[in-house]
Each structure stands twice: as C-alpha cells, then as structure tokens.
Design a binder for this molecule. Structure first.
Ligand code: B1M
Length: 218
C-alpha cells in the first residue's frame, strides 16, 4: 500500500494541530496552496468519505477530520484568494424552508469543499425563492438541498421546481435522513446522496459529466 503524505494522514486522524503544522511546512517547502488542497487534503477527505460509507467510522470522526481540514483550509484559503485562483466548481447549499437541522448539511458542504468545490452556504430555513435567487446570482454547477423532517420534504419539491424554473444550467442534489432516491426521482432532482461521502461522489459525477472546467482530483 502506498504511504500517505503526513498531512493527508493528519486529516484522516483528525489531528488539527498537526494538520496546521504540516500545512505550514508544505508551504515552507515551496508547495503552492492549491496543490496542497488537491494533493494533500482532498485525498484525506476522500478516505474519510469511503470509511464513513463503509460504516468504519461515524459522524464524530467525520466531524473531527472535517475540523482538521478546516484548520488547514483556514491557512490556505487567504493565499488562494490573494492569488486569484478559484476552485473549478461552485455549489450553493442550504437546508430547506422550515428546517433548522444543519449538521448533515455542513458535513456535505465540507466534503464538497474537500472535493475542490467552492461552497456558498445559504444556511438553514432557506425558501424556494432564496434557492432560486442564489442560483441566478452565483450560476453554480450544483445546488444542494438538505431536509431532516418529513414535514419539510414538500418544501424541497418546491425548491427544486423554483431552481429549475430559473433556467440556470445547474444540477440539483438532495439528501437528508428522510429523503430517498425515489423521492429524488419524484421531485426531479438530478442527484441523491444518502450521506456526505456519497454526496461528494455524486457531486464529482454530476460536475464531471456536465462541465469542462477541469479534472476533479479526488
Ligand atoms: Co431534530 N429531529 N427536531 N433536532 N433531530 C430529528 C431529525 C428526528 C428524526 C428526531 C426523532 O424524532 N427521532 C425528528 C424528525 C422526525 C421526522 O420528521 N422524520 C426531529 C424532530 C421531530 C425535531 C423537532 C420537530 C422537535 C421539536 O421541536 N418537537 C425540531 C424541528 C426544528 C426545525 O427544524 N424546525 C427539531 C430540532 C432539533 C434540534 C434543533 C434540537 C437539533 C438540530 C441541531 C442542528 O442541526 N444544528 C436536532 C437534532 C440534533 C436531531 C437529531 C437528534 C440529529 C440530527 C443530526 O444532526 N444527525 C435527529 C435524530 C437523528 O437523526 N437521529 C433529529 C447527524 C447528521 C450528520 O446526520 O443530518 O441525517 P443527518 O445528515 C446526514 C445524511 O442525512 C446526509 O448526509 C449527512 C451526513 O452523512 N445528508 C445529505 C444530509 N443532508 C444532505 C444533503 C445532501 C446529501 C446528503 O445533498 C445536498
């Protein structure tokens, strides 16, 4: 088995202090911020996603890994912003109207960031109109919607319809504990993911299949 880079391993281990230290070391060694994200951090989150899907780890470990990656990103993002380089893909994400649950949505957002997608987080209780407005404003490659309550799933249907009505060429991914693939088909979402690891896979498939902005590296 190929040995992982120490920074990749630090993300997998959820070791925030080491992730920060190794990120600075990579920069000192002359690696550029975008390569550190693509070659060191993204592979770590990909491993985490696979382990989560295989039930080898659970939400706490995933959050801990996500926080280690956040520590590293906090160092790198200002450098990337200053260099004018952008992640090749953009997504907006939110929890639908009437729903205040955001832990799962935040995990999906983090996995998407880990897959080199810029994520604009609309927060919770997002109305169909607000999703549509965000689609018009940001022209994202992806729109992600999360719902945790059976009572808020109907708002998801309205939100999908509102985004489609804008005519923006984007792909809509939905998920959340009560959401099923059947429901996603019924409301004509483009993708469904049962968990955050699968959400990263679905995102890669959808943007990879429909845009020509570059290769996803995860
Ligand atoms: Co609420 N709650 N809650 N709650 N809550 C549930 C969801 C519930 C199942 C608990 C229960 O009764 N057993 C139940 C819903 C029943 C139903 O409708 N089927 C419920 C209820 C009823 C309520 C209230 C109505 C309670 C009340 O006030 N009477 C109320 C509603 C408030 C509102 O939203 N309007 C309420 C409130 C809350 C808190 C605020 C206290 C808190 C939320 C805090 C927060 O999110 N900041 C809360 C919590 C914590 C839960 C439970 C315990 C945990 C949810 C969670 O964070 N799970 C939950 C019971 C449970 O799930 N066991 C429950 C961890 C998280 C990582 O998983 O969010 O499923 P999850 O996300 C997963 C996947 O679903 C998927 O990936 C994630 C990672 O793998 N996923 C996506 C999620 N979004 C995705 C989007 C994608 C793709 C995948 O693409 C874009």
């Amino acid at each position: 088995m190929t040995e992982l880079h120490p920074l990749t391993q630090a993300v997998i281990d959820g070791d925030k202090a080491r992730a920060g230290e190794l990120t600075r070391q990579c920069l000192d060694d002359g690696e550029d911020a975008a390569s550190i994200i693509e070659q060191r951090l993204v592979p770590g989150m990909a491993v985490i996603g696979e382990r989560f899907q295989a039930d080898e780890i659970f939400v706490p470990e995933m959050l801990i890994a996500a926080n280690a990656m956040k520590t590293s990103l906090a160092i790198l993002e200002p450098l990337i912003a200053a260099s004018g380089r952008k992640a090749p893909y953009t997504a907006v994400i939110g929890t639908v109207h009437g729903d205040l649950h955001d832990i799962g949505k935040n995990l999906v957002g983090m996995m998407w960031r880990g897959a080199n997608i810029e994520v604009i987080d609309l927060g919770v209780n997002v109305s169909p109109e607000a999703f549509a407005e965000a689609a018009r404003t940001h022209q994202p490659d992806l729109v992600g919607m999360s719902a945790l309550l059976t009572t808020t799933m109907p708002h998801m249907r309205q939100a999908v319809a509102a985004v489609k009505a804008t005519g923006v060429a984007t792909k809509i991914v939905i998920g959340g504990a009560p959401v099923t693939r059947e429901f996603a088909d019924e409301v004509e979402a483009d993708g469904f993911a049962a968990d955050a690891g699968a959400a990263a896979d679905v995102a890669r498939q959808l943007v990879g299949a429909t845009t020509a902005k570059g290769e996803m590296t995860a």
